[in-house]
Design a protein around this ligand. Structure first.
Ligand code: FUB
Length: 312
């Protein structure tokens, strides 16, 4: 069991590369589902608030924010947003894995509420206050066509031509272009096609937690394969896919979910994910870690060595 970490406020910890595998725990509070970004000179992690759930389900109704200048010391910015920002949401609607994004000096927060709706909130500051500019869900089941089982886990990507896309969904990955205002849909919701899964691994399907980033001219679609899930990746020539399966980034954890985000900062790449690493941790009491992510030959992402990691 790892050593007890510092109790409150700013955490000091050591950060090392993925190959040496020291990893930094960003908070002593239980939190999960990182949406990680660098805005200006500061890293921000928007998270599901596992500390405030019942411990029996992911039933928290608020999100938590953490910030850091150096990825070593993290500041807990508090429960910066509650689902009540969305007037149309049920009082007890679950606040699940968010996806934040900055565009033209505005900060957008895409939030799955209740498992069947995605709302969007906007602010002039990464820490809020956020408001709901459209007063209705951005995506809603059953209002919208082809949202799949659960419209959850939104993640945003903006392509070189300025077109923004939102990825989301469980069991079948979905993508939809966003309007330039970032708070409207600009096309149909379509399925993301992933080719080439290993036939000998029946567990290897799309589960949830989609994410898109670009590296060396290729689009990398990364996601969790299910419950429990690996974080795997597939590459393609368009943000809309299709994508070809490539391999595993994070293997199965000892909890039933796996969720990640990738931040590119200069020539470094960082991988944020959650796991059960603190005393009292479990399926509904997760903790967010950050480690360096590295590319090998031909743009292959090196798998995280879970057995040899050292957590600070
Ligand atoms: O935190 C609730 C759910 O667990 C998220 O929406 C999923 O990605 C999984 O991590």
């Amino acid at each position: 069991m790892m050593k007890k970490i510092i109790a409150a406020g700013i955490l000091s910890s050591v950060f090392a590369s993925a190959s040496g595998l020291a990893e930094t725990l960003i908070s002593d509070r239980f939190c999960a589902d990182p949406s990680a970004h660098k805005f200006g000179d500061t890293f921000y992690v928007y998270a599901t608030n596992d500390q405030e759930n019942s411990g029996k389900y992911w039933d928290s109704t608020q999100w938590r924010l953490f910030s850091s200048k150096d990825l070593k010391s993290w500041k807990d910015e508090g429960s910066f947003l509650h689902n009540s920002v969305f007037k149309w949401a049920a009082e007890d609607a679950k606040a699940w894995a968010p996806g934040a994004f900055e565009r033209n000096g505005k900060y957008y927060f895409y939030a799955p509420v209740g498992g069947n709706q995605i709302g969007v909130a906007v602010s002039d500051n990464p820490k809020g206050p956020f408001v709901d500019p459209i007063n209705k869900p951005l995506v809603e089941k059953p209002r919208d066509k082809n949202v799949g089982d659960e419209p959850i886990d939104p993640a945003i990507f903006i392509d070189k031509d300025g077109q923004a896309y939102m990825y989301f969904g469980t069991r079948v990955p979905k993508v939809v272009p966003l309007g330039e205002n970032m708070v409207s849909l600009a096309g149909d919701i379509t399925d993301v096609v992933i080719n080439g899964y290993p036939k000998d691994d029946p567990k290897k399907k799309y589960g949830e937690a989609p994410f898109l980033h670009q590296h060396d001219g290729k689009y990398y679609f990364t996601f969790s394969t299910g419950w429990p899930g690996q974080i795997v990746y597939a590459t393609g020539d368009s943000p809309l896919g299709p994508f070809d399966y490539q391999g595993v980034i994070i293997d199965y954890l000892e909890i039933n979910t796996n969720h990640h985000a990738i931040v590119q900062d200069g020539d470094k790449n960082y991988l944020f994910y959650h796991d059960k690493v603190k005393e009292g941790g479990g399926n509904y009491r997760r903790s967010i870690l950050v480690t360096e992510m590295e590319y090998g030959e031909n743009g292959k992402i090196k798998q995280i060595d879970l057995k040899n990691r050292k957590i600070n």
